[in-house]
Write a protein that binds this ligand. Structure first.
Ligand SMILES: Nc1nc2c(ncn2[C@@H]2O[C@H](COP(=O)(O)OP(=O)(O)OP(=O)(O)O)[C@@H](O)[C@H]2O)c(=O)[nH]1
Ligand SMILES: [Mg+2]
Length: 212
């Protein structure tokens, strides 16, 4: 049953991927636990990218349009998907959302997945890269406890570094744990709150968008 669901999802994800590639749309899947800072990161980085590339956003949450409203305030196209009891986005949801949006050729599509460090790792959406965000309040052992997510990701962003003086969190240990699971991971450290580290992350995303 689970195999069947994943197989169907993978087939549709490949169709999404073909569509994105044909239109030169760089699709990025942002993943994390609830509250690690996915929407905050998009709110801060999208304005840094808009001078270089058109950006659109798909927001995934079980309920509410809160995150879509936050992104709408930036003036970029956004659509909210509510998954109800579902704990992740899937390729069909993204396929339908993309048909409703007027995406531009040569653009960047940021997909914010449902806050969950487990299920979204199993569902390919057709994205080019997965970006996992972990924050300093979550514990530096999380890459070892939820390895699938870190194994599937291409880029890992450690957020909320401004809180490091107040929490028991070892950055080197977290990084080492993440690299043990996936030594290809690109690693960034940021504080969305203070803006520290955001320049290099935005530069990397811009670079991805340019080489779509
Ligand atoms: N101190 C601090 N707080 C942050 C930082 N980034 C985000 N936050 C706060 O963390 C909380 C959650 O941020 P969101 O951006 O909503 O997190 P999210 O991952 O989108 O959450 P879900 O969509 O619910 O999964 C908010 O109160 C943010 O203001 C940061 O760098 N430092
Ligand atoms: Mg969010």
């Amino acid at each position: 049953m689970e195999q069947d669901v994943l197989l169907k999802n993978n087939l549709l994800a490949e169709r999404n991927r073909g569509y994105f590639e044909a239109r030169k749309i760089m699709a990025l899947n942002f993943l994390s636990s609830p509250g690690s800072g996915k929407t905050s990161l998009l709110e801060k980085t999208i304005p840094m990218l808009l001078a270089h590339v058109p950006v659109a956003v798909i927001e995934g949450d079980q309920q509410t349009t809160n995150d879509a409203e936050r992104i709408h305030a930036l003036g970029v196209p956004v659509i909210q998907i509510n998954t109800g009891s579902g704990c992740h986005l899937d390729a069909l949801m993204v396929n339908r959302a993309v048909k409703e949006m007027e995406l531009k050729d040569n653009s960047l599509l940021c997909i914010e997945n449902v806050g969950n460090l487990v299920c979204p790792a199993m569902f390919d959406l057709g994205e080019a890269k997965k970006i996992v965000i972990i924050s300093t309040t979550e514990g530096d052992d999380k890459p070892l406890k939820y390895p699938a997510m870190f194994h599937e990701a291409d880029i890992c962003v450690l957020n909320k570094t401004d809180l490091l003086p107040y929490v028991d969190f070892s950055v080197p240990r977290c990084r080492e744990n993440a690299m043990r699971v996936n030594h290809h991971l690109e690693w960034f450290e940021v504080s969305v709150k203070t803006g520290e580290g955001l320049d290099s992350l935005a530069a990397r995303i811009k670079n991805l968008a340019e080489h779509r």
